[in-house]
Design a protein around this ligand. Sequence first.
Ligand code: CUK
Ligand code: CUA
Length: 677
Amino acid sequence: MTKQWVYKHKLTLGGLLVVILAIGLLASCDRSDEGKTVSVDTASGLSADASAIAAERGLTPENITAALKTYVPSGQHDEYIMFSSGGHSGQLLVIGLPSMRLLKVVGVFTPEPWQGWGYGAQGTMDVLNEGNVRGQEVRWADTHHPALSETGGDYDGQWVFLNDKANGRVAVIDLRDFETKQIVKNPVALIDHGGAMVTPDTEWVIEGGQYAAPLGWEYSSLENYAEDYRGMVTFWKFNRETGRIEPENSFALELPPYWQDLCDAGKLVSEGWVFCNSFNTEMATGGIESGNPPFEAGASQRDMDYLHIINLNKAAEVAAAGKTMEVNGFNVIPLETSIAEGLVYFAPEPKSPHGVDVTPGGEYMVISGKLDPHVTVYSFDKIQKAVAAGNFETDDYGVPVLKFEDVLEAQIEVGLGPLHTQFDDKGYAYTSLFLDTQVARWALGGAYGELHEEEDWTLVDKQDVQYNVGHIVAAEGDTVSPDGKYLVSLNKWAVDRFQNVGPLLPQNFQLIDISQPGDSLQLLYDMPIGVGEPHYAQIIKADKLAPWEVYPEVGWNPHTQSKDPNGIEAGEERIERNGNTVEIWMTAVRSHFTPEHVEIKQGDHVIWHITNVERAYDATHGFSLPGYNINLSLEPGETATFEFDATEDGVYSYYCTEFCSALHLEMTGYMLVEPSE
Ligand code: CUK
Ligand code: CUA
């Protein structure tokens, strides 16, 4: 029977591998392995047990090779870590590759109870409140693009940045403890999209806009669209010493009211420049209900939109020289200044483009027009020459438009609905095809042509994905030295891939082996994502990450990343009353809180500090105070503070919410609130 299922399938690479394995094992049929006798099936190369399992489960040779490539035995770690946007969840997903195991859901824009993110702990409340929008407590986000920090164009494993499209915000996550440290709200635009991306040394975090509005989203009628509405791209200055974005040293560029889409930073030869797509250069304003063309038609009439080519280094000088206006207290370089100083150029790009991706060496910019079956490749060298030659026309706003033929390097027909492009170590590029629901592998030219055998700028292979891929992400795929090996297809639809869980389906992440050249792409694994719709992800080599096992000192404040003045050692616990204010210094250790009784009066203001004095790896305690909406996660060494007004009297059991020890249920205490009457 096993013979049959091997030879029934055509001898693909996967099948070949199994056969090679068989030859290797044939030499030692019934060989003794650690004292046990293993009988080997001569046809499949699998042990008789494994053959029986494969046969019973109906696994093909391709299935078996895929399983062998993705299985990570218990206790062993993944080779790569993928940081994915959590979509509407407002969180960041951390996933191991090749196992596709979910390791963590980091609380970012949205409260996350297990991590005590947004349930009383002061630092977490402060960060979430930074993301308030004109006083509104916005507690969800539409996260699209995570960006790992880079040094010299390579991921350095220190920070991740994440944007919120819905409310134009960017978050900073520190990879020493995988916690969010900052949220900045864009003062110029309510919405963003082309963020977060970083420059090769993480000096700047890029946040491009999307749906145009008057700067600062002030009111103006749509009749005044061309005059009053504007696009923007913001450059947030990041301080590596403090690990914070510095709004006062950041600035935005005022742009025409086209809808700016994704951006990418130049690198190596193009370092210091930034490239952003746009669509709706038609400046359609919709209004189907009034007989106007609907947005999707109005915004797709022209054959060409504009690639935005931005001289970031020069823009930073202009901003530093104070040639800016203020919008909601934020520095903005006016469009006319950008034109006069030569900060912004356009190049025509077909047709309603979405992704722009810079090749590893920075030589080429790859653009995908959603309504064009080609990818279009621009040469940075040609762009520089066209700028120097001054051979351009201008758009309606006076921005120089370079000639398409002057800057074009190549166009490759890849298929329908191309969106995003990634790169590997073999001179290939990969483009997602939403409508074809495929991933295309194509051969780069120029210096990359030496890396592969195919003709430059040609399509090499296509892999079906299930279904409707948005972004794709390759291992270290946005860096100056991509690793190849793995690519993940972030599919929008799952349809029949998983058990039906009702009309709202998970998304589908599919792992693809891209390690071999030519037409060898192999789909390995499907991972359902049931927490919002992720858009983009980045994949870093796991050994570049060096997070703390426990906080460096007992009494550590994760928000300041330093010792907290209210962090205490065991023996220093106390309760102090000062008028109506009661302040508590508590410790947590297996398996008790000290003190175990907290007696206060209705109407008291309570300030409560808890320090987890543990130094053991993974000895986390939780702290829940029911009735007052408090839940903390106290990782080893951490000190957290929360405050509340004891408006309600009664008896409250506080307890540890993390199963920390055999006597975890006994890790509890009473807060007694005596009625004020
Ligand atoms: S994305 Cu944001 S619409 Cu293609 Cu980068 Cu999904
Ligand atoms: Cu501490 Cu459970």
